[in-house]
Design a protein around this ligand. Structure first.
Ligand SMILES: *[C@@H]1O[C@H](CO)[C@@H](O)[C@H](O)[C@H]1NC(C)=O
Ligand SMILES: *[C@@H]1O[C@H](CO)[C@@H](O)[C@H](O)[C@H]1NC(C)=O
Ligand SMILES: *[C@@H]1O[C@H](CO)[C@@H](O)[C@H](O)[C@H]1NC(C)=O
Ligand SMILES: *[C@@H]1O[C@H](CO)[C@@H](O)[C@H](O)[C@H]1NC(C)=O
Length: 451
């Protein structure tokens, strides 16, 4: 036992490069600091600057196209007309002025457009609140921006999904209702080179802000707000997208603060405030026996508070494909139910899910410098598939405590290493029992040294 102790001491002093060499760690290197462009000084195009830049920027104000902005009238057509104009001009600024509320139906803002388009949302855009009157042709989308290149979204305005009636009708709230999806508030789809800066999302019907089938998207200064009990109201959802950077955002909703799913890679998140909600998630992956591939995901610097999960990877039984090259680091957890969790038995359906023989393979996942408080005993949970075990789980400098009681680590079919301080201890990563798993409690280390 003393020998074990000495070995772990040596490991504690091992350098980070050992970790990088670990299986799957290479994926991470692709998104080193070089890829991450720090916040540059932006040539903001606030109204005050237009005097000087009038020859460059061409404002296209929705009010000039008949938008009422009184929160009651239907301004959809005015927005479409203004969009057509803005899209046809170089250097256009599609302007939604401040101090007004514009009610807009489900709408597609289609590209491609002329170069250097800015979407300046200073006022509030609200959705019609009655689900029964929602356009049946767009059941899952409210505002969609499609096939745009090099556009900017900015302005500090508000996107308000008026979601309360949708939440009440959700099968998660009203159990007699059938389960069906509700609209995503704003989607950036099939776009590239997009910059999103300073926007507020609130009360979405379901997902607030989705990036789909896009490349090179940078998001900063975004705030997302919805009640803790609003169902499926993810903050930022990334699907089939590459090279996405999310920085300086503050999200509190009824579901994942950030969720990253199928066919996404090179996603970096930095300075994230999350809570309430379900935490920061990769997944769910592999639903309905689907194939998922997710690689090179980094979360660096976050405060996660009052959430059900902290950092999580969730996959359904029966899926396939893989998730590898993931790093969660410098995270403070405050009263989080499951601070660190890999769950390969995820099941979000009304009927229980059966265990199956295939699963999304999880490997090369690094958890580093994560501290704070766990609300339940299971501070760390690695519930991996019996047939497709997790490998290359790395824990370094973890200090998760329970305010009243003993914290523990659960492992099922999870293999990896730990070094530095790791509390609760995670020795179960070395033995990797399958078929039900095992637990290591906080005080086991003390028992070891006493023996
Ligand atoms: C917006 O939706 C409402 C309610 O369904 C409908 O009456 C109205 O015609 C729609 N507006 C447009 C421009 O389609
Ligand atoms: C649940 O939904 C049904 C059908 O839409 C409706 O009749 C019922 O009033 C709802 N229940 C509650 C508690 O809102
Ligand atoms: C996953 O992404 C791939 C590649 O974009 C796509 O072909 C496939 O349909 C996606 N699967 C699911 C379940 O969405
Ligand atoms: C699935 O497998 C896990 C791990 O072996 C086990 O803990 C769980 O009880 C199983 N679930 C079902 C529904 O059989």
């Amino acid at each position: 036992m003393l020998l074990l102790f000495v070995i772990s001491k040596i490991r504690g002093e091992s350098s980070d490069s050992n970790v990088e060499a670990w299986e799957g760690g290479e994926g991470i290197e692709e998104i080193g600091e070089k890829w991450w462009v720090e916040e540059e000084e932006d040539d903001e195009i606030g109204i005050e600057m237009w005097g000087a830049e009038v020859s460059r920027k061409v404002p296209v104000n929705v009010n000039s196209f008949g938008a009422a902005g009184d929160g009651i009238a239907d301004d959809t057509q005015a927005f479409l007309d203004a969009w057509q104009k803005a899209c046809s001009l170089e250097n256009a600024v599609f302007l939604v002025p401040e101090g007004r509320r514009y009610k807009i139906n489900a709408t597609r803002f289609k590209g491609p457009c002329q170069d250097k388009l800015t979407i300046e949302i200073e006022g509030t855009i609200i959705a019609p609140e009655e689900p029964a009157l929602w356009d049946p042709k767009s059941p899952r989308n409210w505002l969609t921006f499609n096939k745009l290149t090099g556009v900017r979204f900015q302005g500090g305005g508000v996107i308000d999904g008026s979601g309360s009636k949708w939440w009440a009708a959700s099968c998660k709230i009203n159990k007699t209702n059938p389960c069906k999806g509700a609209p995503t508030a704003l989607t950036i789809d099939q776009c590239s080179g997009v910059r999103v800066k300073k926007l507020n999302f609130q009360y979405s019907q379901q997902i607030h802000f989705q990036i789909s089938r896009s490349d090179s998207v940078r998001i900063s200064g975004v705030r997302v707000t919805a009640p803790e009990d609003s169902p499926n109201t993810d903050g930022i959802h990334i699907t089939e997208s590459t090279n996405v950077a999310i920085q300086n955002v503050h999200i509190g909703t009824g579901d994942d603060c950030i969720s990253i799913v199928n066919a996404s890679s090179n996603i970096k998140m930095k300075n994230i405030k999350c809570g309430p909600g379900h935490g920061i998630s990769i997944g769910s992956l592999g639903k309905d026996n689907s194939i998922a591939v997710v690689t090179a995901i980094v979360l660096d610097t976050a405060i996660i508070s009052g959430t059900t999960n902290g950092v999580r990877i969730k996959t359904w039984q029966g899926g396939s494909g893989y998730c590898r090259g993931v790093r969660f680091q410098n995270v403070k957890m405050i009263d989080v139910k499951n601070p660190i969790i890999i769950d390969q038995f995820y099941c979000d359906s009304k009927t229980p899910c059966k265990n199956q023989t295939s699963a999304v393979k999880i490997s090369g996942v690094i958890f580093k410098n994560i501290c704070g408080t766990s609300k339940t005993p299971e501070a760390m949970k690695f519930a991996c598939s019996d047939t497709v075990p997790c490998s290359g789980i790395v824990l370094n400098n973890i200090n998760l405590e329970r305010e009243d009681g003993i914290a523990e680590t659960y492992c099922n079919c999870a293999m990896g290493i730990d070094y530095g301080v790791v509390k609760p201890p995670a020795d179960c990563l070395k033995s990797s029992a399958c078929g039900g798993g095992d637990k290591v409690e906080e005080n086991e280390e003390i028992l070891h040294t006493e023996l």
